[in-house]
Design a protein around this ligand. Structure first.
Ligand code: COA
Ligand code: AMP
Length: 635
């Protein structure tokens, strides 16, 4: 099929409002928007400003009403607990109404914030949809974050209720969530009124009288009473959720998502980008704690009337590198979406892809990769073993849906390995030099998106318009700064090469080295430090911390290194994968005192490096090289 991409993109560019008002027809509105865009509202404008709708209604109720009630909406597949369960759209509706009734009973009102700190269990999805149903604003916090990170989020959004579980189940280890939640509430200045706790059979949590409520008991009670909870009619611009993501400081940014524009963009992407049809099985192998999970485990597939898979397991080790193939065969997955790191892990355990032979993957139409750069080697390996199109696409928490990719739904364009292909409708992407001037084709620069951002993208940060302006819009007036660097070639293909800030990508998880430095520096024996991302064969990057100790510290440096590793795990969480801390005498700096992180990274990765002309003392780079010897092998 010839691709209709060029025509579609040109159509959007010629009439953006016409394009999005057409796309809005895929959504059921309680009040159809008369206006598509209002450039005077919000930080850079707002989409569908006078429309009224409800995201839960569009994800669940309307499908039941339209005859999809008996179709599977959600398949829960959990190799770590040995459980599999399927919920029809009708069953999801019942469960969601149950949670919504419990929240209403706890006094949760439209606009109140609810934190969801849960593992990959169906109740987490029901909780998200229940919030959407009553107009509460959810903020899902990834389970791999520590108490301190959870506390920051409780304080920032002033959560009225926290929904959590007794534990998460990681391969070989039960992660007790409740003590982390209790510690977070202890640390937080703002105290949530109630916690709804899902007791899992793997570990029972102690409950605090007066504050904690048993999730299952509460839901069963309201369902027995037969409570019906209607969907609240919400303004399209009212918030659906806040998702915190790493910024350049220890303070995470609360990315805000609205109801109307978000649905319009996701519904468009499901059909025209992912080529996923209603009734088909769509599997995003991610976690609901990340934006991929929000958009393509929960909201996108359900808006589309697809069946979504909620997988509580890993690509390897649960039980082996054939786990993904089993899920594809067993549930008839048509479209798979995951991060390249998952395929690097599978390939490491099964280099020839031999386990695939044991499964029937004929249902699979395509594999989509995002979350980090898809290195051509991994991408080509996936193509060879799966024999379906493997599509790299680029986006971020802030955008909420793909900014660039090869649109399967519109017809694929020729592939260039290493490129996520072309900008999608809604995104006019430019590469700018540091002064904000467009660079020539092929030249590296800052990747920026011309304002206004399309529907689905963040309208602002939660309660922090000024931070949004200064972090994302101020540097290049008229553009949104993505903080990614790259280039566009002569054919209009985009290449994403690196971040322009301190963010690193560890196993597809976005983490701030600045935040890790804050933790390292808080150790009483550390005078100064630098954390950099170094290459890792499976995770893409992992952090490495270089520590300069206070003069006069006589304790064993290996002991301090272990303490710093434990401190980062304790303050940020295991997800940071911070396992390498090295004491050094000095850090390499420019004469103006800037730490030469880029050069340190090249040394660690075994890449060629040049002595920076501005270096203060060249001998320090040799010290770094010898400190790394025996501690880290370049990939
Ligand atoms: N709750 C508690 N702890 C968690 C957790 C959760 N929900 N998720 C991860 N962790 C812990 C892990 O147990 C691990 O702890 P450890 O240091 O004690 O081993 C640590 O956080 C790092 O986890 P992870 O990044 O998952 O690394 P891993 O070594 O366990 O697995 C991969 C590596 C590549 C298999 C894994 O990252 C993966 O499956 N990635 C798939 C892609 C993906 O999910 N991307 C997200 C964005 S699309
Ligand atoms: P997150 O907000 O966690 O989704 O992370 C977004 C960041 O991940 C982007 O800004 C990029 O730096 C990186 N990223 C995501 N997808 C890709 C991709 N396909 N290619 C290169 N980098 C990517």
């Amino acid at each position: 099929m010839a691709s209709s991409y060029a025509k579609t993109y040109a159509g959007w560019k010629a009439d953006p409002e016409g394009f999005w008002s057409g796309a809005a027809a895929a959504i059921d509105w309680f009040k159809t928007p008369a206006k598509t865009f209002d450039g005077e509202r919000g930080v850079y404008g707002r989409w569908f400003p006078d429309g009224e709708t409800n995201t839960c209604f569009n994800c669940v109720d309307r499908h039941v009403a339209a005859g999809r009630g008996d179709q599977a909406a959600l398949i829960y597949d959990s190799p770590v607990t040995g459980q599999k369960r399927s919920y029809t759209y009708r069953e999801v509706l019942t469960q969601v109404e149950g949670v919504a009734a419990v929240l209403l009973g706890l006094g949760v009102d439209r606009g109140d914030r609810v934190i969801i700190y849960m593992p990959m269990v169906p109740e987490a999805v029901f909780a998200m949809l229940a919030c959407a149903r009553i107009g509460a604003v959810h903020s899902v916090v990834f389970g791999g974050f520590a108490a301190n990170e959870l506390a920051t989020r409780i304080d920032d959004c002033r959560a009225k209720v926290v929904i959590s579980a007794s534990c998460g189940v990681e391969p070989g280890r039960i992660v007790a969530y409740k003590p982390l939640l209790d510690a977070a509430i202890e640390l937080a200045a703002h105290k949530p009124e109630h916690c709804l706790i899902l007791q899992r059979p793997e570990l029972s949590a102690a409950m605090s009288a007066g504050r904690d409520i048993d999730f299952a008991d509460a839901v069963t009670e309201v369902l027995t009473e037969g409570t019906v909870v209607p969907c609240v009619s919400l303004g399209a611009t009212e918030p659906l959720y806040i998702l915190y993501t790493s910024g350049t400081t220890g303070q995470p940014k609360g990315v805000l998502r609205d109801n109307g524009g978000h649905m319009v963009a996701l519904a468009w992407s499901m059909q025209h980008f992912y080529g996923a049809r209603p009734g088909e099985v769509f599997w995003a192998a991610s976690d609901i704690g990340w934006v991929v999970g929000h958009s393509y485990i929960v909201y996108g597939p359900l808006l589309n009337g697809s069946t979504t898979v909620l997988y509580e397991g890993k690509p390897v080790g649960t039980p082996d590198a054939g786990a993904y193939w089993r899920v594809i065969e067993e549930h008839g997955v048509r479209v798979l979406f995951t991060a390249p790191t998952a395929f690097r892990a599978i390939r490491k355990d099964d280099p020839s892809g031999s386990l695939i032979a044991g499964y029937d993957l004929s249902s699979l139409r395509a594999l989509f990769l995002a979350g980090e750069r898809a290195d051509p080697d991994t991408l080509q390996w996936a193509e060879q073993v799966l024999l379906v199109p493997v599509i790299d696409h680029w986006w971020q928490t802030e955008s909420g849906w793909p900014m660039a990719g090869n649109p399967l739904g519109l017809g694929l364009l020729p592939v260039k390995h290493g490129s996520p292909t072309v900008p999608l409708p809604g995104y006019e992407i430019h590469v700018l030099d540091d002064a904000g001037h467009a660079v020539a084709a092929g030249a590296l620069g800052n990747i920026a998106v011309k304002l206004p951002l399309p529907p689905g993208c963040l309208p602002s940060f939660w309660n922090a318009d000024e931070r949004f302006r200064s972090a994302c819009l101020a540097e290049f007036p008229g553009y949104y700064k993505t903080s990614d660097a790259g280039f566009i070639d002569e054919d209009g293909y985009l290449f994403i090469m690196s971040r322009t800030d301190d963010i690193i990508n560890v196993a597809g998880h976005r983490l701030s080295t600045g935040a890790m430095e804050e933790v390292c520096a808080s150790h009483p024996d550390v005078a100064e430090c630098a954390v950099i991302g170094i290459a890792d064969a499976v995770k893409g990057q992992v952090p490495a911390g270089f520590l300069v100790l206070n003069s006069g510290v006589s304790r064993e440096s290996s002991m301090i290194e272990r303490e710093v590793v434990a401190l980062v795990r304790d303050r940020i969480g295991p997800v940071a994968a911070f396992k390498l801390a090295i004491c050094v005498k000095r850090l390499p700096k420019t004469r103006s005192g800037k730490i030469l992180r880029g050069t340190m990274q090249k040394i660690a990765d075994g890449q060629e490096w040049k002595m920076p002309a501005t270096i203060d003392d060249p001998a320090i780079l040799e010290e770094i090289e010898s400190a790394l010897a025996g501690r880290h092998l370049p990939v």
